[in-house]
Design a protein around this ligand. Structure first.
Ligand code: UD1
Ligand code: CA
Length: 462
């Protein structure tokens, strides 16, 4: 079976800055989620070609699919629908694009805007279409408010799908609707598509018109389910995203992760959390995250594309993006790890500390109120409170290196580029702008002058 995902539509109702296929559910584009389900189906059945039909803002979708390949190693084809003339035209563009190449006997078609699809549903469709040798099968479901969906009218032989814009007020009462998921016999669908016209209220070529009374076509009804809810506007997006997030949390719970309040916690499709981890309320984990076993994520923390090693704790209110934390670390409360922060095993990043593009090796401590950018810090170095890497000269960023086993006193700055060797000692309140060889001590601050009894001259009373 070959698979075609329709993603060329304009998605006008979304009023979104993204093309609809790339609207992210917690950082993961809807299209990637749909493709994941398709690939899961192919794990258990023989693999065919997977093609995404693109059109509106196609460059962005193609580039996102390249990204998808880098992330998953999975390649999918694309083909172009020149103008968004309707779903039948989209499928026609696909067949034109593969004209002359080998085709599977069956073609499954799905939409990029139904990300709650489950692989088992795709499998049931595949089984029915094979068992009954159908020319076409459509997945239908029941919904209390069917507005917007194509209504399914079953006959003793065949069926019809009536689009919202064509439906009479009586037909609008029908609650069995088209999910947008189909399997067709390849040789027949090409013929059926040629017969579809655009003589209807929206002037579009409806793929649903290939279903007709008398044809060897059937619907597979999945009853009342959320699995086929479509995302056409921001109201539908909110409810689909909520359901999606809840499913991600349920999956993690079955894998041994404890959530204190699943209704106020948000984790993405591509977040994997190890057993015995605990996630507190108001946590958001977007994009691709991998957390080891026994990790704690404290309340109101936000993680995006992060790796966190086993037994580490991320304390209240910390924000981590595109970074790596090794095992047994403690981060926060209120820490910020920016892109390319790499934190070595057993390190501690305390409150109000910001780390950017820096590698901290094992057992490094930056416990309070510091900024570390464009730096490398060796094993077991202790950085005091209020330390700053002055990494920017107004035009360029420069690097700071600090060796192993150093002690950097509180309220110190390093003016990059600068190197501090191993086992150095920087006295509190120093500004270091010259390299320090290993084992050296540096102090750079004004000498203290103490005058007995002189305070009274300075203390002012109201
Ligand atoms: C479609 C179905 C409707 C069904 C619903 C399920 C048709 C005519 N209607 O309606 O019966 O109940 O899905 O969610 O098929 N697309 C293209 N090219 C186009 C137009 C659309 O590739 O020219 C793609 C879109 O990107 C989208 C999919 O086709 O992924 C469906 O289009 P959409 O406009 O969302 O159709 P619906 O109105 O939801
Ligand atoms: Ca839709």
């Amino acid at each position: 079976m070959d698979i075609v995902v329709l993603a060329a539509g304009k998605g006008t109702r979304m009023k979104s800055p993204h093309p609809k296929a790339l609207v992210p559910l917690l950082g993961v584009p809807m299209l990637h989620i749909v493709l994941k389900r398709v690939l899961e189906l192919f794990e258990s059945s023989s693999r065919g070609r997977i093609t995404v039909v693109v059109g509106h803002r196609k460059e962005e979708i193609v580039s996102s699919l390249e990204n998808y390949k880098t992330l998953t190693g999975q390649h999918v084809e694309t083909c172009v629908q020149e103008n968004a003339l309707g779903t039948a035209d989209a499928l026609k563009s696909y067949f034109q694009s593969i004209n002359g190449s080998e085709k599977a006997t069956h073609t499954m078609v799905l939409c990029c805007d139904t990300p709650l699809l489950e692989t088992k549903d795709l499998r049931s469709m595949y089984e029915l279409s094979n068992k009954e040798d159908l020319d076409a099968v459509v997945a239908s479901f029941n919904i209390q408010e069917p507005k917007g969906y194509g209504r399914v009218l079953n006959f003793s032989k065949g069926l019809k799908i009536i689009e919202e814009k064509e439906a009479s007020s009586e037909q609008k009462q029908i609650t069995e609707v088209n999910s947008g998921l189909y399997i067709f016999k390849t040789e027949l669908i090409e013929k059926f598509l040629d017969e579809v016209n655009n003589q209807n209220n929206s002037g579009e070529f409806y793929l649903t018109d290939v279903f007709q009374e008398g044809r060897k076509v059937k619907s597979l009804n999945f009853g009342e389910t959320n699995n086929f809810l479509g995302v056409n506007d921001l109201v539908q997006l909110e409810s689909v995203e909520k359901e999606h997030v809840l499913r991600n949390i349920r999956r993690a719970q079955h894998e041994g992760v404890r959530f204190l309040d699943s209704s106020n916690t948000y984790i993405s499709e591509n977040t994997v959390i190890g057993e015995s981890s605990v996630v507190y309320p108001n946590v958001v984990m977007e994009g691709n995250n991998h957390l080891g076993v026994g990790v704690t994520v404290g309340p109101s923390s936000h993680l995006k594309n992060c790796k966190v090693g086993a037994e580490s704790e991320i304390l209240t209110g910390s924000v981590l993006e595109d970074c790596q934390v090794s095992r047994s670390c403690s981060i926060g409360p209120y820490a910020r790890l920016r892109p390319n922060a790499i934190i070595g095993e057993g390190s501690k990043i305390g409150n109000f500390v910001e780390i950017k593009k820096s590698t901290l090796h094992r057992g490094v401590k930056v416990s309070h109120l510091s900024y570390v950018g464009d730096a490398e810090i060796g094993d077991d170095t202790n950085i005091g409170c209020g330390f700053i890497t002055c990494n920017y000269d107004g035009a360029q960023k420069h690097k700071t290196t600090i060796g192993k086993g150093c002690f950097i006193g509180s309220d110190s700055q390093t003016v990059a580029p600068v190197n501090i060797g191993d086992e150095c000692f920087v006295a509190s309140g120093s500004t270091i702008n010259q390299n320090m060889p290993s084992g050296s001590f540096a102090i750079s601050r004004g000498k203290q002058v103490t005058k007995n009894g002189a305070a009274a001259r300075f203390i002012k009373k109201k």
